[in-house]
Design a protein around this ligand. Structure first.
Ligand code: BGC
Length: 485
């Protein structure tokens, strides 16, 4: 499966306010169908206080007014369905906004502690500040794994568990195909406040037994609705533990580690990362791979050093992995990280540069918004755009589209077991199932591999398509190919 991740504020503005919205995504479905993706994952669409742009929810049953209405979401889901594209929402169960009415009306839904002199223990939040803030109104401390504006929910509370059963059911009934679940592996926090700090950041540790119980509970709700998907963000320190989140087929269906967005672009490192995940899943086809994300520097900048050849090789590698691949909007164009001056920054954690508007065309507004309108974040280099690449068979977009089509055509490329092949240093080489091999030269030197056979089905250098390889394969710097028997 290929999932296309849309940051809704930045994809398409349909009403000229400089902010992307759901009706805008609906307008662009034709493009997504043409690209060939199977599903859309929308970053949070719920009403939010925007301290973390959607990840601080104030109402789990609604739509952020900047993005549209529930009707717009229904319309998007229906229109996507007509094109064979499923829609996944981003569920944020770990915390709400401080401005969620529950915080005052249902304080038992949050994690509190009493302490006189400073925070109740040494746990730190994701920004390395204390994971506790004193609530002026009550004098008590509340826990927050992320920002103080994002109080952690108390997943030991039956009321919270029941409420989320209702939230899941509410969206499934509206036709949502499933959820990407934010921080799924940590949702229930340890109750043991005296526990020694754990992990590099000493964050509030999860109670894993309880996490599994909650995952099973969500799965039971999902299964009531038939073919629904639970794709959980499982960013854990020990990749070896990933498989546990699948349970006995009764927890998550797909796990999303965050290993590629932080890995270096060396063949040996990437092989290690992929092998670790593959091993921990024990042959189950449940990995979700992505190279860019709304939390990381875009891969054409991070891996590609803004060199198109490197970006294209990375796309072959990525779309040659087993399981589910997420393309973050713009990856298919080789859209780069945008360097933004501090004066226009919107995110506390400095992630704006990977969240800039989708680059549709080289014109004022970039095809994202109307000419003369100030977009909520400035556009990047508009010379890299859909309009320019869509009709060009040599473009990165065309390469990406062909890779997606090839995944549909060759089941081995999609689901076939991954096995690392012998190759010179700097070369990524693996077989997929019985009939497919993916080879990418991630170095600046010409390389030769032996023992490789097959027909080149797709290559970064288009003229190589159709070439028969019988024993020896020579690749120019940053050249990549997919071979099939
Ligand atoms: C999301 C981030 C978000 C954080 C807090 C992460 O897992 O991917 O974008 O800031 O959760 O909700």
């Amino acid at each position: 499966m290929v999932v296309y991740q849309v940051y809704p504020r930045s994809f398409q503005d349909s009403n000229g306010d400089g902010i992307g919205d759901l009706a805008g995504i609906t307008q662009r479905l034709e493009y997504l169908e043409w690209l060939g993706v199977d599903a859309l994952w929308l970053n949070p669409t719920f009403p939010s206080a925007d301290a973390d742009w959607g990840y601080d929810v104030v109402d789990y049953y609604g739509v952020h007014p900047d993005l549209g209405t529930l009707d717009d979401l229904d319309e998007l889901v229906a229109a996507a369905g007509r094109r064979g594209i499923r829609v996944l929402l981003d569920l944020v169960p770990g915390h709400t906004s401080l401005r969620h009415p529950w915080f005052r009306e249902r304080p038992d839904r949050y994690v509190w502690a009493d302490a006189d002199d400073g925070p109740p223990n040494a746990w730190l939040s994701a920004s390395a500040a204390p994971a506790w803030t004193r609530d002026d109104a009550t004098g008590r401390w509340y826990q927050h794994t992320f920002r103080p504006e994002q109080p952690d929910l108390n997943w030991w509370s039956e009321e919270v568990r029941d409420e989320f059963d209702r939230i899941l059911a509410f969206w499934f009934e509206r036709g949502i195909a499933g959820f990407r679940i934010d921080a799924a592996a940590r949702v229930v926090k340890s109750r043991d406040l005296a526990a020694a700090p754990v992990g590099p950041w000493s964050r509030p540790p999860p109670d894993l037994e309880q996490v599994h119980e909650v995952l099973r509970r969500w799965r039971r709700v999902a299964d009531r609705y038939g073919d629904r998907l639970l794709l959980g963000q499982t960013w854990i320190e020990d990749t070896g533990g990933l498989g546990a989140f699948l349970g006995n087929g009764d927890e998550l269906q797909l796990v999303q580690p965050f290993t590629l967005p932080v890995a270096q672009f060396y063949a040996s490192v990437l092989h290690e990362v992929v092998a670790e995940v593959e091993t921990s899943l024990g042959g189950r086809d449940a990995a979700v791979w992505q190279a860019s994300s709304h939390d990381a520097i875009r891969f054409p900048t991070r891996w590609g050093a803004c060199d198109e050849r490197r970006t294209r090789a990375a796309l072959v590698l990525l779309l040659g992995l087993r399981g589910t691949v997420v393309l973050y909007y713009g990856d298919e164009l080789g859209m780069e990280q945008v360097h933004l001056p501090a004066a226009v920054a919107r995110d506390h954690w400095g992630r704006d540069g990977c969240r800039t508007p989708m680059q549709w065309a080289d014109c004022a507004g970039g095809g994202f918004t109307d000419a003369g309108v100030t977009a909520w974040l400035p556009c990047g280099d508009l010379q890299v755009n859909v309009e320019g690449q869509r009709g060009d068979p040599a473009s990165t977009l065309a390469l990406c589209r062909s890779l997606i089509a090839l995944r549909r055509e060759l089941p081995d490329l999609r689901d076939g077991a991954y096995r690392r092949l012998d190759a010179p240093p700097g070369v990524w080489a693996c077989s997929r199932g019985d009939g497919v091999a993916v080879v990418a030269n991630l170095s600046g030197a010409v390389v030769s591999l032996s023992g490789i056979e097959g027909i080149v089905r797709l290559a970064t250098e288009r003229t190589r398509a159709g070439e028969a390889v019988a024993g020896a394969l020579r690749l120019e710097p940053w050249e990549a190919v997919v071979l099939a028997a």
